[in-house]
Design a protein around this ligand. Structure first.
Ligand code: NAD
Ligand code: TDX
Length: 334
């Protein structure tokens, strides 16, 4: 059975992916390398952390000495580790460049040194930038517009260069906006659900008409597995769900489900460089036999229920440092 090195496995998608792997490949081995930044949380792995095949290593993907022996042990590396929040990258890009670009370089170098069966770089749809017309295909140029997406684009192309130059078995995925359990409550959906549950305001940037394609995290995890098993080395795979919604539609869905009043909606100044619309053409991964299994409405209902039933998870997060950060983030006009 394979040994996986999952980086960033204590974050939102990484922890969901580790749950997915143990469910699907009961006897696999997983090493989770995570620095435990503000976004990394051991609580995300409650239950699975007792699996005999699981090992957690607290460490930085930029640290060659920590990374090398782990890569040497692994058959497959899947790099989820990143600074992932656009707003934070606008305030302070430093860690985005360090982790997302340099950290990916350190992992790739270790994989080159010791050899690896597969290296999957988890990139993002944001690397294409915004489109008001056609959906992006894998061959379209990258036009990232935030320090976050620019750092992810750097890592994406660096990973590709290791395929071209060193013939390494690298594959790259570009997924749209995820939602589901264990998502840090700074991202739109968990922020708005938990704010609404506490009768706090929901801060809508600009006119609220920016569009994202929303995918349930479990569908994303299955897609990564399909790319790992059936994808070709050196290829990029877009992963979308066909759920393009603007932020007002998302907000209304949440308020309706929770029976909360529209007066919780509040408009705040727009995000700088705010991409208007992300849209992917994901025919290529469909040809590998993957398509999403969860409808938007069912997955949203499931997600909202999860936050309602797991207050222990987010109430702890939404205190201390979190409050400090949000105090200076924006002004909500009453
Ligand atoms: P997240 O912020 O929830 O988790 C990131 C994890 O990486 C955290 O556990 C954090 O502690 C860890 N980490 C950060 N810096 C590290 C470092 N230097 N060394 C080791 N670990 C470090 O992010 P997420 O939403 O789970 O995203 C995971 C990956 O998927 C990212 O690469 C992101 O760019 C990509 N992605 C996310 C989405 C989305 O909608 N959330 C969509 C497409 C792609
Ligand atoms: O308070 C808010 N108010 C608001 O209107 C927040 C946090 C967001 N928004 C808007 C901005 C976006 O148009 O909601 C939309 C979604 O915002 P985010 O949840 O911050 O996601 P986004 O910027 O689209 O990026 C996400 O998808 C791609 C992830 O954070 C990235 O890691 C991923 O690569």
């Amino acid at each position: 059975m394979q040994t996986f090195l999952i980086t960033g496995g204590a974050g939102f998608i990484g922890s969901n992916f580790i749950r997915y792997l143990f469910k699907k490949y009961e006897h696999c081995k997983i090493i989770n390398l995570d620095k435990l930044t503000y976004a990394g949380n051991p609580d995300n792995l409650k239950g699975v952390d007792a699996h005999p095949g699981y090992r957690f290593v607290k460490g930085d993907i930029c640290a060659e000495k920590i990374v090398e022996p782990l890569v040497q042990e692994a058959d497959v590396v899947i790099n989820f580790a990143a600074e992932s929040h656009v707003d934070r990258s606008i305030g302070k890009p430093d860690d985005f460049i360090r982790t997302d670009v340099f950290g990916t370089f350190v992992l790739l170098e270790a994989a080159r040194k010791f050899g690896i069966e597969k290296f999957i770089q988890i990139s993002t749809d944001e690397v294409y930038g915004s489109t008001l017309g056609e959906s992006f295909r894998e061959t379209d140029p990258l036009m990232p517009s935030s320090p976050y997406s620019a750092s992810k684009a750097g890592a994406d192309r660096l990973a590709f260069s290791y395929f071209v130059t060193y013939d390494m078995p690298v594959l790259i995925t570009r997924c749209s906006n995820n939602f589901g359990p264990y998502q840090y409550p700074e991202k739109l959906i968990p922020l708005f659900v938990t704010n609404a549950l506490e009768n706090n305001k929901l801060p809508i940037y600009g006119d609220g008409k920016n569009i994202r394609d929303w995918i349930y995290v479990e569908d994303h995890c299955r897609a990564i597995d399909v790319v790992l098993r059936k994808g070709s080395n050196g290829e990029v795979y877009n992963i979308g769900a066909g759920n393009e919604k603007n932020n007002l539609e998302i907000t209304r869905f949440i308020l309706d489900k929770l029976g909360k009043p529209d007066k919780l909606m509040t408009y705040v100044p727009d995000r700088l460089g705010h991409d208007r619309r992300y849209s992917l053409d994901w025919d290529k991964i469909k040809r590998l036999g993957w398509q999403p299994q969860h409808s938007f409405a069912d997955a949203m209902t499931r997600t909202i229920d999860w936050y309602q039933n797991n207050r222990w998870w987010w109430e702890e997060i939404k205190s201390g440092e979190y409050l400090e950060y949000y105090k200076n983030h924006y002004t909500i006009e009453e």
